[in-house]
Design a protein around this ligand. Sequence first.
Ligand SMILES: [Zn+2]
Length: 236
Amino acid sequence: MAMRQIKEWCDDALRVVFPLVCEVCGRSLSRGEDSICLHCKMEMPRTRLHLEEFNTIHQRLAGRAPIDKAGGYIYYYRDSDFARMIQRAKYNNRPNIMSQLTACYVAEILEDGFFEGIDFVQPVPMHWFKKIRRGYNQSEVIARAINKAIGIKQCNCLTKVRQRGTQTRKGRFARWLNTRNAYRVKNIDMLRDKHVLLVDDVVTTGATMLACCEAIHEASPTTRISVLSLGVTHLQ
Ligand SMILES: [Zn+2]
């Protein structure tokens, strides 16, 4: 008997005992669906920003570091079912949702050439204390999922050196002040003349990503920088 068939039977039996539900709409998932049902996957508010040469993410990151490509999977409307799904992945110890969303996004933009020429994926780092408290860094989950899908290696060239409270309720300028000089580059030799893709879960004002991009650019001006996130908020 084929191992695959045994695995499918086991999966079906588990579904009866512990029915898996869609993280967005709560419906039971069918075989082959993972975290999100097919219907919700079709309905996701995709941005398609990666097809624009200068998009809203580029605008938010306009500063001292030139940004090459910029992509974000879905629009992040506060209190929407999709935003809640990303929040659960971030705060409720559900990294599988992040991995699943990343795998979908990679598959959708691969043919558009988004990953061509990229040497490494760099997750936005989290302060070590916060990582211990939360259990994982969601950006590292995204980087690992990209590596698993298309083999681009993760690099570990950034550290967060300061943590001054949460960014959640701060405005654009306050966030920029708070994140400025909060990141340090290490392993500079690894970055020199390379193209690095910086990844994070959600881009709001862009202050966090901007601080990371500026840190990389200052330490290694020959490094090309692209960025990718799963959610992109609308600026008010
Ligand atoms: Zn659903």
